[in-house]
Design a protein around this ligand. Structure first.
Ligand SMILES: [Fe+2]
Ligand SMILES: [Fe+2]
Length: 499
């Protein structure tokens, strides 16, 4: 115990120092990378990557990362400028600006997820991108003027380029850091599918065609930047947030590199104008599609929540805590995962398994809660819940409700054909129905019900095993038993509070 207490703080300090160093090194390196991303004149960087690194790392690792940012900024300024009070003021001003932006952003966000609702996206753009850029540009350019580094006549020009390059730098880089550091492990299995790679491939091809080639026809030239729009819309509606931020990053990187190398539609204008056009293009396209993505993500989240609530409502009398459907959804996803199905199928079964007993809404409560064995007539009545659930859900356009209809209809079918309502057998029973059958029976056995005490996990697993090829699909039973540790942890983690 004593040893543990001694090692915890030093581990924490080591981790803190490691993170500060990472932030500082990346900041320092990105200053030079940003300076190379300037067109014709070294004075104007098109995107200021350190701004995105600062906002990203302060957001995920906390404001205590500020020494990394200050040191990275100060070290980079010493290489570009002579040591003076202005360099210290600029580094301090930049660090304070990013800290203020992230502090305000976190205060407003609280429970709002940053890229999962329109308010989340607007808070990111307003307080994560615009606010710190405003503060750092005012402090930075004013101290350059005071130190005699720039003339008064240059103030507004330098201020605009500083401000815009900070805003675009944050918009391009910070979402990548925030999204990939937070959710990578949790959703690791279905992050990047074929569709994501296809859209990324299209972005590379059309990005090259637009931003790496030279055109002389003015009409074509002005229409070209819009080529990204359909792919951005596609990515906003279809991809995971991870794939989407990669699309943003890749399309930005291609357009920046093309423009600073003198190609593409913006490069036909004088140096300063072409950079400002690029920056405005990036700011408009990224903020627009971040909103769209956040809005679609928010809608999907609401749909998933609503499905969960409908499922809970149907089971409410049966399992007062409503956790039965949470466990059934997780066991079903586990089996689908073990079977090697696609991430999309796993997500589908996870969100539609809760609807399996929605038809119980149409069955008398006295039958569902009867603390004794049902008479044959009563059992016939209870069997109707499969058809009722199917009728309720089948005509919806939602993929979740359609899958829910299929599951409601087939979760009491048995592999040997002795189940109900249609007596289907073997592979004639849809896969989702075969999977949910195992999850539902296993959970019913291990839960307390009005008519029985819960079984132990081992006894319930043994029963499931004994029913392979009879009640259940033998392949799926094997997969379920092979993952008994995960089964056990779901059972224990989501246990009914009253058990
Ligand atoms: Fe059922
Ligand atoms: Fe159930």
């Amino acid at each position: 115990m004593k040893e543990m207490l001694e090692t915890i703080p030093s581990k924490k300090i080591k981790r803190y120092l490691f993170r500060v160093s990472i932030t500082g090194i990346l900041y320092f390196a990105s200053v030079f990378m940003s300076l190379r991303l300037s067109s014709f004149s070294d004075e104007i960087a098109s995107v200021w990557i350190p701004a995105g690194i600062s906002v990203g790392y302060l957001f995920i690792w906390g404001l205590k990362m500020f020494p990394g940012i200050w040191i990275g900024d100060f070290a980079a300024s010493l290489i570009n400028m002579d040591f003076s009070t202005a360099t210290i003021v600029i580094s301090t001003g930049n660090t304070a600006a990013y800290m203020t932006g992230v502090y305000v952003m976190k205060k407003i966000l609280r429970k709002i997820k940053i890229f999962e609702s329109p308010p989340g996206a607007s808070v990111f753009i307003g307080t994560g991108c615009i606010l710190p850029s405003l503060i750092s540009s005012v402090i930075g350019v004013t101290s350059m003027l005071a130190a005699g580094i720039i003339l008064k006549t240059m103030y507004s020009g330098v201020w605009w380029s500083w401000f815009l390059s900070n805003v675009t730098g944050t918009m391009v880089i910070a979402p990548l850091i925030i999204v990939f550091s937070r959710n990578f492990r949790r959703k690791g299995n279905d992050l990047m599918n074929k569709e994501t790679y296809f859209i990324l491939g299209c972005i590379v091809f059309f990005g090259w065609a637009v931003f790496w080639r030279d055109y002389s026809n003015l009409i074509i030239l002005h229409a070209l930047p819009f080529v990204y729009t359909p792919f951005m819309v596609w990515a906003s509606f279809r991809l995971q947030t991870h794939g989407f931020v990669l699309v943003i990053f890749l399309s930005s990187a291609i357009s920046i590199l093309g423009t600073v190398n003198g190609h593409g539609p913006f490069s036909v204008y004088p140096a300063g104008t072409s950079i400002v056009l690029l920056q405005l293009f990036l700011a408009v396209i990224i903020s627009t599609f971040l909103f769209l993505k956040a809005a679609t993500r928010g809608m999907n989240n609401r749909e998933e929540e609503t499905l969960g609530i409908i499922g809970k409502a149907a089971e409410y009398n049966d399992s007062e805590t409503g956790r039965h459907i949470t466990r059934v959804a997780r066991y079903s996803k586990l089996i689908a995962q073990a079977l090697g199905t696609s991430g999309k199928f796993q997500e589908l079964i996870y969100n539609s398994a809760p609807l399996h007993d929605v038809g119980k809404i149409g069955i008398s409560e006295s039958l569902i809660l009867k603390p004794a064995k049902l008479t044959p007539e009563e059992f016939e009545e209870v069997k109707k819940h499969c058809g009722i659930g199917h009728q309720l859900l089948k005509s919806s356009d939602s993929k979740y409700l359609q899958a829910g209809a299929e599951i409601a209809y087939t979760h009491h079918e048995k592999y040997d054909g002795t189940g109900y309502p249609r007596g289907l057998h073997g592979e004639h029973i849809p896969l989702a129905g075969r999977i949910v059958a195992i999850a539902d029976v296993f959970d019913a056995l291990t839960s307390k019900r009005p008519y029985k005490e819960p079984w132990s996990i081992d006894n319930a697993l043994e029963f499931i095993h004994s029913q392979r090829g009879r009640h259940f699909d033998p392949v799926l039973v094997e997969l379920f038993l092979n993952n008994r540790e995960e089964v056990r942890s779901i059972c224990e983690k989501y246990r009914d509070i009253s058990d």
